[in-house]
Write a protein that binds this ligand. Structure first.
Ligand code: BGC
Length: 980
């Protein structure tokens, strides 16, 4: 089928443009607060022309040679002319360079993202009705300053959490405390270090996904946190070396969507707000934002409309459907418009089409403009500072107060922003003072481990010292869940012999029958088996790779309360009367002579290796967030090869255990005859060793499956799978030209054989699948029902611009203490006066093109999660699954869908539709005793069965031909299928 042409489809190719980059944080112009007027399109063109102007063809290219005399006479003149010419050139270059740099700084290319205005108001979903009713009552009583307070962070390190809003004191709305991150409570003591998202994805266990979210939220509430900054479903994993893929659940939108939604439901069942992040297409760390990379601008992820819908926005759709309270917009640009100021994304897709009812929060400093971001749908700016860290110059705060007073930000928008925040708070039940005592705040500080400290260490103003760390232990028995997730998220990739499971007495069968020694000799190799020198938290934010790898680094990491190393757990597990352990907890090669002698005599070798990555604000060796390649780190490949060659003189079995942030290339050793087993333990968190032992010894029958493809090389992932390591322009451009074809979809399309495919994972017992049937639950139809009128109406308030008194610095007994750099909403009388004067003077904010033309509402929208019909079940597939072995275990039946193979011309829609060979659309995890069987059901919704039609701008089901549902235990082991 013809390749999909993004230039014809929606976002990427739109001719209408939107430019939301703004570099003047506190403009003197009272109308254009925080905004730079749009640069006329022709200016860019002119500049381009200038730069590429050809030399003048009329200039002579050849002059007759001068005579020697005249040459000597003229030499000094030539010198002068050359010198003058050189000087002029130098000046031109200097000025040009300066202007160019200035232009680069201020004028990234025009956005290619269509405008979508006005920002849809929250309060159209029945599921949030009561919360909006209550919110409206509260917000109607708020002053403008209070509305600004609850939508603007108070500044970096101005509260105890990583993000804090100010309260609306007069109406009793508290400051909100927002804390990372997806795998536990960041920067806190006595919490659980859960396994990372990628490990959770590898469990394919919905109940565990939910349970981990719930336990995380119980801890958050007990620490005084209102909102968890997680789960993370973006990055999706387009690039296997991407630094933060491990925070999410795997490189498939369906898996990310289910895991994200279950986590959100778990978190919010405890009344804690979940924040799904990062919206959207923040797929690599390099250039995710400008300042870490010395660039004037962040990278632009250029994504076409269909790909955006079917891949990157898909899991966010699940999150919204699950009722998520908050969405964090990302640092990067999308189609050359910053994600936190991109009206098509925030207003159009998130709020209108997906019907998101909560609030949009910026990633930390991802807001790059003031008024325009409010218009584009941003509701809360974090941490509150402006374009730079801790500068105290917010793009909102008092600038937002001005912008409302001078009429730039419509009052309706301001009210909607505040209402969304308050409604989310009610929706979670945080108004319940028994569960959420007011004025308590977090009982820990993100900024110090000392008991005493100041509340706003970000401010240079002297403050009183108070108890900031109460060291409240919130762990309860959550280590049980952490261990279970880690064990079920461990993937058995290879098991010849089978060498696993081990027994307490070592091997179940001696390798060498002539061995006369009493005990089995087992070697443990690699620093990944052992402790981290200096303790598990010795590197800030876990930003280094030392000892065993329990998590990646960055804001998604936590302080480990403890970390059970593999070697500790193994020592306990092996029966020392039967097993003689030899530990070599280093990756140092070559082995010494005495070491060689010991290794030569071993019966079994366990080798531990790893690969780490993390968030771009930290680098470890040559890993600047994103990995530079997919190889094991710290000499891991050589260690495995050397152990394989030496263990028992090259005749004993070797088990490889890998801890990693994502796929690693194993080609250098995977086929060595000594490598009998490979265990991929992902990032297991605090219970690492215990969970590993559970699997190695068969206490838990392995049931983890890969949440990504392990290719034979990085190149196998295709051009779209490569991180952009060097900027290719002032605004680095990354075109997602591969479209839908990431991970297994790419391998399938190109017929590339991976080493281990997506969904792969072995068990100690075999399972059989059979007897697939499909039942039609609703008759097929191409389009969902037309969008219904909103069931409920958003709250309405007066649209009058409030009196200036609402934002003046409070006086008398209401006076507030001023902390330097702290973000306040208040204005001086003069500032307020100027704002009003500019409004009265008729100055108008230069609204973006298309601002005055209301965008048509999406037919795919209409309720929380979009058109409710998209979630209706159209087909139910059933299969029988049986445990045919001798051990109990859990199986993961996976359903992949192949779209009908119809001639393009006859497909409904535009007739230019290209489909992946198959896409994941269902999975379950079923525990079965030996010999037992069960029926597994997969419900396929309209969305599952549709593709995003860019012409129709809706989800479309194919009416002709037959859908095929394949079911099996991996994306390439699909023994049963049924058509529909
Ligand atoms: C990260 C977010 C995180 C925030 C607050 C940012 O650098 O991208 O994921 O939630 O910091 O720590």
């Amino acid at each position: 089928m013809a390749a999909h042409d993004p230039s014809k489809q929606g976002l990427l190719g739109s001719t209408s443009t939107e430019h939301h980059v703004d570099y003047s944080s506190d403009s003197d112009d009272n109308v254009n607060i925080n905004t730079t007027p749009k640069r006329p399109a022709h200016r860019q063109k002119q500049q381009r022309t200038r730069r590429t102007q050809p030399t003048n063809p009329t200039l002579p290219t050849f002059q007759p040679l001068p005579t020697r005399k005249s040459w000597l006479a003229r030499r000094s003149r030539y010198c002068l002319i050359f010198a003058a010419f050189g000087l002029i050139l130098f000046v031109i270059l200097l000025v040009g360079g300066g202007l160019g740099y200035k232009a680069a700084l201020q004028e990234p290319p025009y956005g290619l993202s269509p405008p979508w205005y006005p920002s849809p108001k929250g309060g159209i979903a029945g599921t949030w009705y009561e919360s909006y009713q209550k919110a409206a009552k509260l917000v109607s009583k708020m002053t403008l300053a209070e509305k600004v307070n609850i939508t603007t962070g108070v500044g970096w390190q101005m509260g105890l959490a990583v993000g804090t809003t100010a309260p609306a004191v007069l109406v009793g709305f508290p400051a909100l405390q927002l804390q990372d991150g997806p795998l536990g409570i960041r920067n806190a003591d006595n919490i659980t270090a859960f396994p990372a998202g990628i490990t959770v994805g590898a469990t394919w266990n919905r109940q565990l996904m939910y349970a981990r979210g719930k336990a995380h939220a119980i801890e958050a509430r007990a620490k005084g946190v209102n909102a968890i900054l997680g789960p993370c479903v973006g990055p999706l994993g387009r690039m296997p070396a991407g630094g933060r893929n491990w925070e999410g659940f795997g490189s498939d939108p369906y898996l990310q969507g289910v895991a994200g939604a279950e986590t959100i439901k778990g978190i919010q069942s405890e009344g804690v707000m979940a924040t799904v992040k990062h919206f959207i297409a923040n797929e690599q760390e390099h250039f995710r934002q400008p300042w870490e990379w010395g660039l004037p601008n962040a990278i632009s992820s250029n994504v076409d409309d269909r790909t955006l819908h079917e891949l990157y926005a898909w899991p966010f759709g699940d999150a919204v459907k699950a009722g998520v309270a908050s969405v964090m917009c990302s640092y990067n640009m999308v189609n050359n418009s910053y994600a936190c100021g991109n009206s098509k994304l925030l207003n159009g897709i998130l709020k209108d089409e997906l019907g998101f009812q909560g609030f949009v929060m910026s990633d930390w400093l991802a807001q790059r403009a003031g008024v325009s971001t409010a218009l584009a749908g941003l509701d809360m700016t974090m941490p509150g500072d402006g374009l730079r860290w801790a500068n105290g110059k917010s793009l909102w705060g008092k600038e937002l107060s001005k912008a409302v007073l001078n009429g730039s930000v419509p009052v309706e928008r301001m009210d909607d922003m505040a209402t969304r925040v308050v409604a989310a708070w009610y929706q979670m039940g945080q108004d319940n003072e028994e569960k959420w005592p007011r004025d308590k705040g977090p009982n820990f500080s993100s900024w110090t481990n000392e008991q005493m400290g100041v509340v706003s260490p970000g401010s240079p103003t002297e403050q009183e010292t108070v108890v900031v760390n109460q060291f409240v232990d919130v762990q309860a028995n959550h280590s049980v869940i952490a261990r279970q997730v880690a064990a079920e998220g461990t993937v058995l990739l290879k098991n010849e012999g089978p060498v696993l499971p081990l027994s307490r007495a070592g091997l179940r069968k001696r390798q060498d029958a002539n061995d006369t020694s009493d005990r089995v000799k087992i070697g443990i190799f690699g620093e990944d088996a052992g402790p981290i020198p200096g303790g598990p938290n010795s590197c800030p934010d876990r930003g280094c790779n030392q000892g065993t790898l329990g998590s990646g680094w960055g804001s998604g990491a936590v302080e480990f309360p403890y970390l059970v190393t593999p070697v500790e757990a193994l020592r306990k597990q092996f029966d020392s009367s039967e097993v003689e352990l030899h530990e070599h907890l280093s990756n140092q090669l070559p082995f010494s002579l005495s070491e060689k002698a010991v290794i030569d005599d071993l019966d079994l070798c366990l080798v531990f290796v790893n690969a780490d990555a993390g968030e771009g604000f930290k680098a470890w060796e040559n890993v600047r967030g994103d990995r530079p390649d997919l190889f094991l780190q710290k000499n891991g490949d050589a260690l495995i090869q050397e152990v394989a060659a030496r263990c028992g003189g090259g005749f004993s079995d070797v088990v490889v255990v890998i801890h990693a942030v994502g796929p690693v290339v194993m080609e250098r050793w995977i086929d060595l005859p000594q490598i009998k087993a490979v265990v991929f333990a992902n990032l297991p968190g605090e219970e690492s060793g215990n969970a590993l032992v559970d699997v190695l010894f068969g206490h838990v029958n392995p049931s983890g499956h890969l949440p990504f493809t392990i290719g034979k090389s990085l190149e196998d992932y295709g051009p779209g799978g490569q991180v952009l390591y060097l900027p290719n322009g002032v605004v680095p451009q990354q075109n997602f030209s591969e479209g839908l074809y990431v991970d297994y979809r790419w391998f399938d399309k190109k017929g590339i054989t991976p080493r281990f495919e997506f969904g792969y994972g072995l068990s100690y017992t075999p399972f059989e699948l059979g007897n697939a049937t499909v039942k039609t639950m609703r008759p097929k139809s191409a389009l969902p029902f037309p969008r219904l009128d909103d069931l409920v109406e958003p709250p309405t308030y007066s649209t009058d611009i409030p009196p200036v008194e609402e934002v003046l610095w409070p006086k008398g007994d209401k006076e507030v203490r001023k902390l330097d750099k702290y973000i306040y909403p208040y204005l001086s009388a003069e500032e307020a006066h100027n704002a009003v004067a500019s409004r009265n003077g008729g100055k108008k904010y230069p609204y973006p093109d298309g601002y005055d033309t209301p965008a048509p509402l999406s037919q795919a929208g209409g309720d929380e999660g979009g058109n409710p019909e998209l979630w209706a079940v159209y087909a139910k597939v059933t299969v029988d699954v049986r445990n045919t072995g001798k051990a109990a275990g859990a199986v993961v039946p996976q359903l992949y869908l192949s779209y009908p193979d119809v001639p393009k011309e006859s497909a409904n829609g535009p007739g230019q539709v290209d489909f992946p060979v198959k896409v994941l659309r269902g999975f379950d995890k079923v525990y079965l005793e030996a010999g037992k069987s069960a029926k597994v059901e997969f419900n396929l919704t309209r969305r599952d069965l549709s593709y995003w039609d860019v012409e129709v701008q809706n989800w479309v089901m194919i009416m002709e031909g037959e859908y095929t549902f394949h079911v099996g235990q991996s994306s390439r082991d699909l023994p049963v299928s049924v058509t529909w």
